[in-house]
Design a protein around this ligand. Structure first.
Ligand code: ZN
Ligand code: ZN
Length: 262
């Protein structure tokens, strides 16, 4: 269980801080070792190779909830049946669609980065590692095959499945249910129950209102572990040029004056 939690946190933050805030939105600049580490950690979530993930997510922002969005729950209409179908599509159905994002168009910067290209190519190897590593550690720690097997199950398979569902929930639930304190062209929403497990990514309406911001939980008391980690990286001087949210900018986009940004 401890292994499962540790790997959930490592790979989850690899996705939120690395794949999402650093590589997709360039919310900060990171030193080379940190960039590579975040790319590797994110790849170990098995949500696709880093460049493909970034290209898909940039396309999501470019077309959010309109035609061209790779995963909008509103794709099929607004009736109950259409929304049920749309929820499934946004949550995980889109993975099986034959709809490939043009990487040259959406992620030319990463294609031009040698380090990131190497990590991208190592994706199959990192997928094997993320599943075999817990089995190996479980076996070594308990000195038993049973320990290897249970660690493989909980810290390998279950951990990976849980993080997948949390990430997919940001694509599905956070474009359907929740608060919308900021004006935005799409249906993104802030869904507080997922804030902890998603490391702050479920403040999704705030994110669509200010995509390049390093902190998504911009309201008072809105938990955002990813932003805390970026803050720590900045203090350690591993990260620089961090785009912290600007209150004036946020105030301009606000629809509900009661939920003032902290
Ligand atoms: Zn979104
Ligand atoms: Zn985003």
């Amino acid at each position: 269980m401890a292994l499962a939690a540790a790997l959930y946190i490592l790979t989850g933050l690899g996705v939120t801080v690395g794949f999402h805030r650093l590589f997709t939105h360039r919310a900060f600049k990171a030193k080379r070792a940190l960039r590579v580490t975040l790319a590797v950690a994110g790849s170990m979530s098995v949500q696709g190779s880093v460049i493909a993930w970034v290209a898909d997510h940039r396309r999501h922002h470019a077309y959010a909830d309109r035609e061209g969005d790779p995963h909008s729950p509103w794709r099929f209409g607004t009736s109950a049946a259409a929304l049920a179908r749309g929820f499934w599509h946004a949550h995980m159905g889109c993975l099986f669609a034959r709809d490939r994002t043009n990487i040259k168009r959406f992620a030319p910067d990463l294609l031009g980065d040698r380090d990131i290209r190497v990590v991208d190519r190592l994706f199959p190897l990192l997928t094997i590692t993320t599943l075999l590593l817990p089995a190996l550690l479980g076996g070594v720690i308990t000195l038993s095959w049973w320990g290897a097997l249970t660690a493989f199950f909980w810290a390998g398979l279950v951990r990976m499945a849980l993080l997948h569902h949390v990430t997919w929930s940001v694509n599905s639930i956070c474009h359907m249910i929740g608060d919308r304190p900021f004006a935005s062209r799409d249906k993104s929403a802030n869904f507080w129950p997922l804030a902890l497990l998603s490391f702050g990514e479920s403040w999704h309406n705030s994110h669509h209102a200010d995509p390049t911001g390093a902190r998504h939980g911009v309201g008072r008391g809105q938990l955002d572990v990813s932003a805390r980690l970026i803050w720590l990286f900045e203090k350690l001087r591993w990260a620089s040029h961090v785009r912290w949210p600007k209150p004036e900018r946020l105030a301009r986009k606000q629809t509900d004056p009661d939920s003032s940004p902290a």
